[in-house]
Design a protein around this ligand. Structure first.
Ligand code: ADP
Ligand code: MG
Length: 399
């Protein structure tokens, strides 16, 4: 991995102004955040800078205001939540540059925190307009990026600023980059990848990147149906992208060439209706799915075999649930495999890294989330990283 600077590389910062890009795009319910995980993630960076006496200006987006002021998407809405998590007062600042910001900096004492307005109120943000970035940069002495989840965007606050000021990865960014490097950048072999979820079409680039990098590709979820269909299995009424069977075959061929073993389920859990514990639920061989049945989870025999595969591996990277885990009993394969991975991680034989919105929810449901080596909540950025893409926000830090 290309080298990047961290907070360890900061010299004396007392009285200096830190522009800190964070992710405060919190899910809201009745005016308050329903989940403050993102604030908790950036807390160490903010408090460390505060302890060192920097004046901290938080820079974030909130919703999709499309380059215009929008009173329903002001960062002032999350001010209380940020204060609660940090245990410190935060001063809301209604601009991101200009005299209002300058005056506010004058009021902030060393170690104080200001919260700038939603940076996406200005079209220069998403356009990565150098003039817009320069106007913001003019207020800061250095830049810290602690928002990995926004690093796949080449925006002024995620990329432009890093090129204008001395740039550092915050603690959350640093942890994320190290974990991702250990999982796919520079991993200990053998490496297994679990890829599940609904559709192949959303994860084509992920699969294509992984076959060249991992020794075991474990395919589950709805996308396994497309691969099974490509192998001539009749998947009945299952979610399946029949137009992608040729693509699935091509991926399996390139896996063969690369020495990557593709694991598809040989038993599955099927039902005639998508409902909790339906009377029609049964376990069968993949070749015994009836025309009116849907595959909704990987079967217990396949799960056992996959657990044995994980036992031989040193590294695991996981995106996408193995089945329709939101509804019982179709959560079983995901839960069992997650528990196996958690136990192997606890035992010290496996480095396990997972990410993806539904994947995080599934691991939490399995009670396995805290035992994984690293769980990324970054969504789009995590997927782009799994696709092997350069993330502009990361590239700018390592330049
Ligand atoms: P992530 O958000 O972690 O990237 P995805 O969004 O790709 O994951 O996929 C999650 C969705 O896939 C879940 O809603 C789950 O119900 C669905 N899913 C998994 N297996 C199946 C299946 N066999 N049939 C239909 N849907 C499935
Ligand atoms: Mg999802």
């Amino acid at each position: 991995m290309a080298k990047f600077k961290t907070l360890d590389d900061l010299g004396e910062v007392a009285g200096k102004v830190a522009l800190v890009r964070v992710d405060l795009n919190l899910p809201m319910q009745e005016g308050r955040a329903s989940d403050v995980t993102r604030v908790e993630a950036v807390r160490p960076t903010i408090l460390e800078l505060a302890d060192k006496g920097a004046k901290i200006l938080l820079l974030a987006h909130f919703g999709r205001p499309k380059g215009q002021r929008n009173s329903t998407m002001s960062t002032s809405y999350v001010q209380d939540d940020v204060e609660d998590v940090l245990g410190k007062e935060v001063m809301y600042i209604s601009e991101v540059s200009g005299p209002v910001v300058e005056q506010s900096i004058g009021i902030l004492r060393n170690g104080d925190i200001g919260l700038l307005e939603n940076v996406r109120f200005w079209p220069g943000e998403e356009a990565n307009d150098p003039e817009f970035a320069r106007a913001i940069a003019a207020h800061g002495d250095f830049y810290v990026n602690d928002a990995f989840s926004a690093a796949h965007r080449a925006h002024a606050s995620t990329e432009g600023l890093a090129r204008l000021l001395p740039a550092y990865a915050g603690r959350a960014m640093e942890a994320e980059l190290k974990a991702l490097d250990a999982a796919l950048g520079n991993p200990q072999a053998p490496v297994a990848a679990v890829v599940g979820g609904a559709k192949v079409s959303t994860k084509l680039d992920v699969l294509e990147n992984l076959v060249g990098k991992v020794q075991h590709l474990i395919i589950g979820g709805g996308m396994a149906n497309t691969f099974l269909a490509a192998r001539g299995v009749d998947v009945g009424k299952s979610l399946c992208e029949h137009d992608l069977t040729a693509t699935a075959n091509r991926i399996m061929d390139s896996a063969d060439h690369a020495g990557c073993t593709v694991h598809l389920p040989y038993d599955v859990v099927v039902a005639k209706e998508f409902a909790a514990n339906p009377p029609s639920v049964r376990i069968c061989n993949v070749h015994e799915v009836a025309a009116d049945e849907m595959i909704l989870d990987v079967g217990p025999q396949a799960v056992e075999a996959l657990a044995d595969v994980l036992k031989t591996c040193r590294t695991l990277v996981w995106n996408g649930p193995m089945g329709a885990f939101e509804i019982e009993p179709f959560d079983r394969a995901t839960v069992a495999l997650a528990k196996t991975a958690a136990a192997l991680t606890e035992g010290g034989s496996l480095i396990s890294v997972a990410g993806g919105g539904d994947t995080v929810a599934a691991l939490a449901h399995a009670g396995a989330k805290d035992d994984f080596t690293f769980v990324s909540t970054a969504g789009g950025a995590f997927l782009e990283w799994m696709e092997g893409k350069q993330l502009p926000g990361v590239a700018a830090l390592t330049a």
